[in-house]
Design a protein around this ligand. Structure first.
Ligand SMILES: [Zn+2]
Length: 121
């Protein structure tokens, strides 16, 4: 069943999120892939290095501000800077799951799933 997270668990979640934001592994991988792809068209060191640097920064910015290391890729291909990631929530009264923009038939408020955890009965 769904249980509300304790203050302590919410604090740990927040710390983990901060650590994930500052992590440079994903931006490095994204930049490495992008610069290797660019090698198909341009086999020069300058292009390879500048692609790596540019992509690394774009990816890092995407990760820090939008929680998505490939934010700029999504933006370019979907034409939408804020892709609709369906956000789920839990009804505080009957504890059923809904998408955040729904209202529960019981009249309870939908709260973001971030504040809840699944516990086996
Ligand atoms: Zn409900």
């Amino acid at each position: 069943m769904w249980c509300k997270k304790t203050q302590n668990e919410l604090r740990i979640d927040k710390i983990n999120k901060e650590i994930k934001k500052k992590d440079i592994k994903t931006p490095t991988v994204v930049a490495a892939i992008a610069s290797c792809v660019i090698l198909i068209w341009e086999q020069t060191v300058v292009i390879f290095c500048s692609t790596f640097i540019i992509c690394f920064f774009l990816s890092y910015i995407g990760q820090v501000f939008f929680n998505d290391p490939i934010f700029f890729v999504t933006w370019i291909f979907s034409g939408n800077p804020t892709p609709d990631k369906e956000q789920f929530g839990i009804c505080i009264k009957c504890k059923n799951t809904y998408t955040m923009n729904n209202t529960c038939p019981c009249g309870g408020e939908i709260e973001s799933i971030e504040y809840w955890k699944w516990v086996d009965d």
